[in-house]
Design a protein around this ligand. Structure first.
Ligand code: GLN
Length: 524
C-alpha cells in the first residue's frame, strides 16, 4: 500500500518490515506478561499508527520537515509515543509536514511537499490516473492541497496506510488537513496530552492531536494519551483532571436533554465558498432535525484572532527555534566557528556547506543554510515583534486580543470554564436554569476552513500572507486552548457532481473534549 501511494509524499520515514514485526512482538509480549502493558483488549493493540515528524521516536529520525534536523534521531521517545506503544500500537512511520509546523498546505518541507489526488477526495474533477512512480507535479490540475501542517498524517489515514495518526495543532494544523483530506481531526484541550518530546513551535499553543477515519477511533487514541505527565509543566494536573471528569459526568444528561448548538455569526464571512456554506447549513439542519436546538451566538473578537495568532506564534517560534544554532545539535554549516579557529563540519550530525565568505558567525551561517524560507520569515517577524520598540504595539496587544477571544467563548458556553472557575463547582447540577442560560450553548458548530481543498497549482501561486487566511476559523479555539474537531461531512451532489467531503468544526468549552467527540460522531 505504501508503495502505491509513495508519490503523495505522506511519509518522511517508514518503519522497516522487521521493525514492524519487532514492535508487534513486543506488544504481544507485554500483553501476555500481565505486566499491565498492552492488554490485547486495547483497541490500539497491533494497530499501525503514524506520527508527525515533530514527535520524537528512538527508532526513526525526527526531522520536523527541516534540513536542520535532517539527520537527527532522538535518544528518547516522546511521552505520546511511549503511551501509544504501551497501548500496543505500532509506530508505522513519521509523516511529512511543513517545516516545524509552519504552513497550511504541507508544501514547506525539506523532503518535498505533500499532495493528494483530487480523485480520492471528490469525483467532481476528472483525473488522469496518478503515475505512481513519478514525483507529484504541483501544476497537475488533478492534485489538491492536503492541508497543513499535519498533511502527511491526514493523508496516511485517508489512504489507509495507518489506522490513525498523530499530528500537532498550533493554529489549526490537525483540523485544516483533516478538513481538506476528508478525515476526522481532533485537537484536545491544551494541556490534556503531554508535549514532552514533541518539538516546540509555539509552546503556549502547541497541542498534540489525532487524525482518524472517524470519531470512534479518535476517541480510542485520545484515551491512550489523556493523562498527566510530570515531565510536561503545562500538562493538566491530577486535581484539574478531577474537575474535568466532574464536568464530563454531566455530558450524557446534557446530550439526552438535547444540546444547544451555537452558530457564531462572525464566521459567516463573505469569503466563505458556496459549497462550504451549503454544507454548514445542512449540518445544522440535520442537528436540529435530531432534536438539538440551534441558535446564533456572537464572538465579537473573532476578526482580530488571526492577526493576534500571527504575532504570537512567530514570536514564540523565534524563541523556541533559537537553539538550532549548529553548536549543540542539528546540522552545522562549514567554516570557522568563532572567527579564529578554522574547522569544517564537526560531529556526525553536521552537514557541510560552503562558506560564502559573508561573515564568520557559525550560527548565522548555519541558520541561513538550513532553515527554509517560511521559517525564516516567521523568525524575522517574531524577533521584530518582540524587539523593544515594537513589543508594546504587537506582542502585548496580541496577548490582550488572546484574552478577549477566550472571554468571548466563556460568554457563550453554558458550562463555566473549569480553569477560571476553580473555586466553584464547574457545572450546576439540577435546578432551574438561570434566565440568561437560554442564550448559552453546549458546543459551537462552524466550518473548519473557508473553502474545500484548493488545487496545488493555485496554492503555489499564493502570496505567503494569503495562505495565512486559511486559518481564520481554527485559530480562535487555539488561542483559547479549547477542544475542537473537524468532522468530514458530505458536500452536496452525487457521483460526478459530488462536492466531496467538507470539514465542519465542533468547538467545546475547555475540558469538554468528550462532548466534542460525541457531537462529531453524531455529525459524521
Ligand atoms: N498554519 C498555521 C501556521 O502556520 C498553523 C500551523 C500549526 O497549527 N502548526 O502557523
Amino acid at each position: 500500500n505504501q508503495v502505491a501511494w509513495k508519490h503523495l509524499n505522506a511519509f518522511i520515514s517508514v518503519a522497516a518490515a522487521d521493525d514492524v514485526l519487532r514492535q508487534a512482538r513486543e506488544a504481544d509480549e507485554t500483553s501476555s506478561s500481565g505486566r499491565g502493558g498492552a492488554p490485547s483488549s486495547s483497541p490500539l493493540h497491533g494497530r499501525l499508527i503514524a506520527l508527525k515528524d515533530n514527535i520524537c521516536t528512538t527508532d526513526l529520525p525526527t526531522t520536523c520537515g527541516s534540513a536542520i534536523l535532517a539527520r537527527y534521531t532522538s535518544p528518547f521517545d516522546a511521552t505520546v509515543t511511549t503511551r501509544l506503544r504501551a497501548a500496543g500500537a505500532i509506530v508505522a512511520g513519521k509523516t511529512n509536514m511543513d517545516e516545524f509546523g509552519m504552513g497550511s498546505h504541507s508544501r514547506y518541507s525539506h523532503f518535498g511537499g505533500v499532495a493528494q489526488p483530487a480523485s480520492s477526495h471528490s469525483s467532481a474533477t476528472s483525473t488522469t490516473a496518478p503515475a505512481h512512480q513519478l514525483p507529484p507535479n504541483p501544476t497537475d490540475a488533478a492534485l489538491l492541497s492536503a492541508g497543513g501542517s499535519s498533511g502527511g498524517s491526514a493523508l496516511a489515514v485517508s489512504t489507509l496506510q495507518a489506522h490513525a495518526a498523530l499530528g500537532t495543532d498550533t493554529g489549526g494544523s490537525v483540523r485544516l488537513p483533516a478538513s481538506y483530506v476528508g478525515v476526522l481531526g481532533f485537537k484536545p484541550s491544551y494541556g490534556r496530552v503531554s508535549r514532552w518530546g514533541v518539538v516546540a513551535y509555539a509552546n503556549s499553543l502547541d497541542t498534540v492531536g489525532v487524525l482518524a477515519p472517524g470519531a470512534r477511533v479518535a476517541r480510542d487514541v485520545f484515551a491512550a494519551l489523556d493523562a498527566w505527565d510530570p515531565r510536561d509543566p503545562t500538562s493538566l494536573s491530577a486535581r484539574t483532571r478531577v474537575r474535568l471528569s466532574a464536568m464530563d459526568a454531566t455530558r450524557e444528561p446534557r446530550v439526552r436533554r438535547g444540546l444547544r448548538i451555537g452558530v457564531p455569526r462572525e464566521y459567516n464571512i463573505a469569503e466563505l465558498s458556496p459549497a462550504v456554506r451549503r454544507a454548514w447549513a445542512r449540518a445544522l439542519e440535520r442537528l436540529s432535525a435530531a432534536g438539538h436546538a440551534v441558535r446564533p451566538v456572537s464572538l465579537p473578537t473573532t476578526r482580530l484572532a488571526l492577526s493576534a495568532y500571527y504575532v504570537l506564534a512567530p514570536a514564540e517560534a523565534s524563541s523556541n527555534l533559537a537553539k538550532y544554532d549548529g553548536v549543540r545539535y542539528g546540522s552545522r554549516a562549514a567554516g570557522p566557528d568563532s572567527g579564529s579557529v578554522a574547522r569544517t563540519a564537526g560531529g556526525e550530525n553536521a552537514d557541510a556547506v560552503g562558506d560564502d565568505g559573508d561573515g564568520d558567525i557559525l550560527f548565522a551561517r548555519t541558520r541561513a543554510a538550513f532553515f527554509g524560507p517560511e521559517v525564516k520569515r516567521r523568525l524575522v517577524l517574531g524577533a521584530y515583534t518582540l524587539s523593544a520598540s515594537a513589543m508594546d504595539n504587537y506582542f502585548v496587544q496580541a496577548q490582550r486580543v488572546r484574552r478577549l477571544v477566550a472571554a468571548d467563548f466563556d460568554a457563550v458556553f453554558a458550562v463555566a470554564n473549569p480553569l477560571t472557575t476553580a473555586a466553584r463547582p464547574p457545572v450546576r447540577s439540577g435546578g432551574a436554569p438561570a434566565a440568561d442560560d437560554d442564550a448559552k450553548v453546549d458546543v459551537l458548530v462552524c466550518p473548519t476552513a473557508p473553502t474545500p481543498a484548493p488545487r496545488l497549482a493555485d496554492v503555489e501561486r499564493l502570496r505567503p500572507v494569503d495562505a495565512y487566511t486559511n486559518d481564520v476559523f481554527t485559530v480562535p479555539a487555539s488561542l483559547a486552548g479549547l477542544p475542537a474537531a473537524s468532522v468530514p461531512v458530505e458536500g452536496e451532489g452525487e457521483g460526478e457532481d459530488s462536492e466531496g467531503k467538507i470539514g465542519m468544526q465542533v468547538i467545546g468549552q475547555f475540558g469538554d473534549d468528550g462532548l466534542v467527540l460525541d457531537v462529531a460522531e453524531v455529525m459524521e
